[in-house]
Design a binder for this molecule. Structure first.
Ligand SMILES: Cc1cc2nc3c(=O)[nH]c(=O)nc-3n(C[C@H](O)[C@H](O)[C@H](O)COP(=O)(O)OP(=O)(O)OC[C@H]3O[C@@H](n4cnc5c(N)ncnc54)[C@H](O)[C@@H]3O)c2cc1C
Length: 368
């Protein structure tokens, strides 16, 4: 059985921060060397999900919305839950807590500005000689192929001149009329005049950042009657993320992929926070017990994974179906079942309800 006394974590992002946290709280006393390409963790983004949050995130300040909507044209569905509020954790708050812990940990050393192009490079680093490396946990991003199923978005934090948003309700998906991809406007309202608005697409292949920006401006105009002179742009964000059925790099013995690289991202929705925390916990448990890497991808309930795979297969042939599926779920599921679906924790009974809510004929036609 392997024993792990010295671990290298490549990348200091959400996944490796969660892993280190789990390792230390489970009593791991070995050395951890963190190798991060940037000069500091990325404090600009945010992570949203439905409560309850994993224990390591519970003490961090979080914004929450107890209602959320899904909409297409005149069809709007509002769901609400106090217990399962839609919650936002700002990366700046997360890192304030994590860095305080990491920096005061005598057995963790962080090496910033360390770009690991390949694993051989790790051998040349000034890591503690007394403790040879037993394991490398790798969270580096994956090069996406052009045709891969991916989520892309451009988001703007804006302040409007006049009251434009309902701060009580987050808008998860306001679908557009596009038929060759799943495309929607996402809006996190912080007040009547301030919101994060994002134009998001799910599709096989890339859709340029310029096209996303153009679509975002158009949507602001059409949905909120906001022209350029009626709001101030406070900050911007943009990302492209692989979803679901992409080829993960084949894990080598002694090298465990984690986070998005480790497949811990939902194929149907692109949410990764909960899956990543769960994967980190399982990795930590295996390390403590001196076991091999838990089977990849170990995240999400099996049933949810299975449904996600069918969903992706169907929308490859008929992207329009994706919007119909989300709308159908919002129409037919109650808030509790909807949260179970989005958290990847479907019970068998709720899974049957999800399947029953699908547009069956169109779905089967797309599959076969
Ligand atoms: C803008 C954005 C918003 C998101 N919002 C949500 C959300 O609301 N809810 C949700 O559930 N999920 C969300 N996700 C998806 C997912 O939860 C996050 O991407 C999450 O941060 C992934 O964690 P990770 O550790 O796998 O990757 P990251 O957090 O990206 O960490 C990877 C780290 O590796 C470093 N690195 C990369 N290459 C190298 C190299 N060669 N050498 C050394 N270091 C390297 C990077 O600098 C980075 O620090 C979001 C993703 C993005 C990009």
């Amino acid at each position: 059985m392997p024993t792990y006394n010295h671990i290298a974590c490549v990348g200091l992002g959400l996944a490796n921060a969660c892993l280190i946290n789990e390792l230390r709280s489970m009593g791991f006393t070995g050395h951890i060397s963190v190798l991060e390409k940037a000069t500091a963790p990325d404090t600009h983004k945010r992570w949203c999900t439905w409560k309850p949050l994993p224990s390591m995130l519970r003490d961090i300040h979080a914004n929450e919305w107890q209602a959320w909507t899904i909409k297409k044209r005149t069809e709007q569905h509002s769901l609400a839950s106090v217990r399962h509020a839609y919650t936002e954790i700002k990366a700046s708050d997360f890192w304030e807590v994590q860095l305080a812990r990491l920096n005061s940990d005598p057995h963790t050393s962080i090496h910033y500005s360390t770009d690991i192009a390949n694993y051989k490079k790790i051998k040349d680093l000034p890591l503690p000689q007394s403790a040879p490396l037993d394991l490398i946990i790798d969270s580096r991003s994956i090069q996406m192929a052009n045709s891969q199923y991916q989520q892309q978005f451009v988001g703007w934090m804006i302040e409007t001149r006049h009251a434009s948003f309902d701060p009580e309700s987050a808008q998860l998906m306001h679908f557009t009329e596009e038929t060759d991809r799943i495309a929607f406007l996402y809006c996190l309202p912080y007040s009547e005049t301030r919101a994060l608005v994002e134009y998001t697409t799910f599709q096989f292949g890339a859709f340029s950042r310029e096209q996303h920006t153009f679509a975002l401006k158009t949507a602001l105009n059409e949905r909120y009657r906001l022209t350029d002179d009626q709001y101030t742009l406070l900050s911007k964000e943009a990302a492209s993320l692989p979803m679901g059925s992409y080829p993960h790099p084949k894990p080598l013995s002694g090298y465990w992929p984690i986070g998005i690289r480790g497949g811990a991202i939902r194929g149907s929705s692109g949410y990764g926070l909960l899956s990543i925390c769960e994967q980190a916990k399982r990795y930590a448990d295996s390390i403590l017990k001196g076991m091999a890497r838990p089977k990849a991808p170990p995240v999400n309930h099996h049933l949810t994974q299975y449904l996600d795979r069918i969903f992706i297969r169907a929308i490859r042939k008929n992207p329009q179906l994706g919007q119909d599926c989300f709308l159908a779920c919002a129409r037919k599921l109650n808030s509790q079942q909807f949260v179970e679906l989005m958290r990847g924790e479907l019970s068998f009974a709720s899974a049957l309800k999800v399947i029953a809510s699908m547009p069956t004929y169109t779905f089967l036609k797309a599959l076969f």
